[in-house]
Design a protein around this ligand. Structure first.
Ligand code: ADP
Ligand code: MG
Length: 445
């Protein structure tokens, strides 16, 4: 499937092309094209026949490229593919392919998979989830705006689309507009430049629910912020619901004016925390259930434990091993998963730093970080310092002088001495040895 953003740009560009070449030519030729990809320099589309392909290339290449360039796509050439299958699909679709610009819903390209039904709630996201359901199901705004924030790939867009779907279900006549902040800016700037018939302002202000995704994007973009601020105020004044998402909380948004930041925090601010093992496993189980290929629990547990970065990567990993298994026809096992996902697993490995080790050791022995890196010689402190130095030598690739330096400027001989002491203690003291094992484990997780 083509990326939603690209699909939106393509739909916008088509409108412009229509304006340039006229309704009739557009209907005869351009309507028959389907977007495959907008790459860095090449636009790839499909056409139902060689005849259409040749005509489009000969007559409309320049108009198509110009339109895309005006949306910031640096494409310089067009590759048109022709296939029989495409022909059939095309016929069925050609009628409803061009969005009807008179309705602002057109901007909302909602992913049919992003629904509340498909959203797995767990500790890290239950608050955001509950808030989203509340907003979707209440007739008048209770929190305005609802501001969802959290790291990349944790489900913000999924929740926003779910809200839109639910509202469409309950109130099919309500005008829901979902767009990325980037798209908001595109349309706003475009309306300034082309003075479009129905101005962007009117269009946005006619909605019942406005959702803007990834608003951190407007940081540093003053005109867009200004417009956004006014739109925001007007909608709130008219009791229209606003839902926003960002990668940071309102007060931490970079390059956003203070008065806007404060407005953004007026309603309900709900954060989505990084995933836990339980949530990751829950999501994998739910996604695996939808697949035709059975994935053993052990493999799901393995993925949940190893891929901790975000849900998008987790999903990607599951899809990859399922695709692999479908292709090769081999049963899935941890070994297979390991083999297929080598690169991903490596990038998800926790990197253990001297800093991590020092903190963990201090926590474990209940001493202060400043004492650990001091010259103090009380037994408890020296012993913890030895352990920390030993772990740094074992678990990081840092050199002895580097490690020494990180402990308040000690030299490499001190580190060697510490490692020797710890080795001796391990041989003589079982409790000490098991302490060390626990510490090591907790660092490696
Ligand atoms: P964000 O917008 O926060 O970067 P997305 O909403 O795009 O993240 O989510 C990334 C992927 O993870 C999507 O495919 C989405 O369906 C999936 N996902 C995220 N959270 C959940 C969840 N709680 N349950 C099921 N799928 C989820
Ligand atoms: Mg998103």
């Amino acid at each position: 499937m083509v990326d939603n953003n690209l699909q939106q740009i393509w739909a916008e560009a088509l409108e412009d092309i229509k304006g340039v070449i006229g309704e009739q030519s557009f209907k005869n030729w351009i309507v028959k094209l389907d977007l495959i990809d907008i790459g860095d320099s090449i636009l790839t589309i499909s056409a139902p026949s060689n005849f259409v392909r040749d005509t489009v290339l000969a007559r409309f290449s320049e108009d198509i490229l110009n339109a895309l360039n005006s949306y910031g796509c640096p494409v310089t050439s067009i590759d048109i593919k022709v296939s029989e299958e495409e022909t059939k699909r095309q016929d069925a679709k050609s009628l409803d392919k061009i969005p009807n610009r008179s309705n602002s819903n057109d901007i909302s390209v909602l992913d049919p998979r992003f629904t509340f039904q498909n959203f797995v709630a767990g500790k890290p996201n239950e608050f955001a989830y509950a808030a989203a359901v509340r907003v979707a199901e209440s007739d008048t705004p209770i929190f305005n705006p609802l501001f969802l924030y959290g790291g990349v790939g944790l489900g913000k867009t999924h929740l926003m689309h779910s809200i839109a779907w639910r509202i469409k279900e309950i109130h099919p006549r309500k005008n829901v507009m979902y767009l990325s902040a980037e798209k908001f800016m595109y349309l706003f700037i475009k309306s300034l430049r082309f003075k479009t018939a129905m101005s962007f302002k009117e269009m946005v202000r006619a909605v019942d629910i406005l959702m803007v995704d990834d608003v951190q994007f407007i940081g540093g973009k003053e005109t867009t912020q200004e417009e956004f601020f006014h739109t925001f105020n007007e909608l709130v004044d008219n009791n229209k619901q606003i839902v926003l998402s960002a990668d940071k909380s309102p007060s931490n948004l970079d390059g956003v004016e203070n008065r806007l930041k404060s407005r953004l925090g007026w309603g309900l601010v709900a954060d989505i925390h990084p995933t836990t093992y339980e949530l990751r496993l829950g999501i994998l189980q739910s996604k695996a259930k939808q697949s035709k290929i059975s994935v053993p629990d052990k493999v799901l547990e393995f993925l949940a434990a190893k891929i901790t970065s975000n849900i998008r990567e987790l999903e990607g990993a599951l899809n990859r091993i399922i695709a692999h298994s479908a292709l090769v026809g081999r049963e899935l096992s941890i070994d297979v998963a390991y083999e297929v996902l080598k690169d991903l697993l490596r990038s998800n490995e926790q990197i253990i730093t001297i800093d991590n080790i020092q903190r963990k050791v201090c926590e474990y022995y209940g001493i202060k970080l400043s004492d650990l890196t001091s010259a103090k010689r009380q037994k408890a402190i020296t012993s913890a310092r030895h352990v920390a130095m030993y772990l740094c030598k074992q678990l990081t690739t840092r050199s002895l002088p580097d490690i020494g330096k990180s402990f308040g400027g000690k030299d490499h001989a001190t580190v060697i001495h510490a490692v020797k002491k710890v080795n001796e203690n391990m041989q003589n003291d079982d409790n000490f040895k098991s302490d060390l094992e626990i510490l090591k484990k907790s660092l490696e997780n």
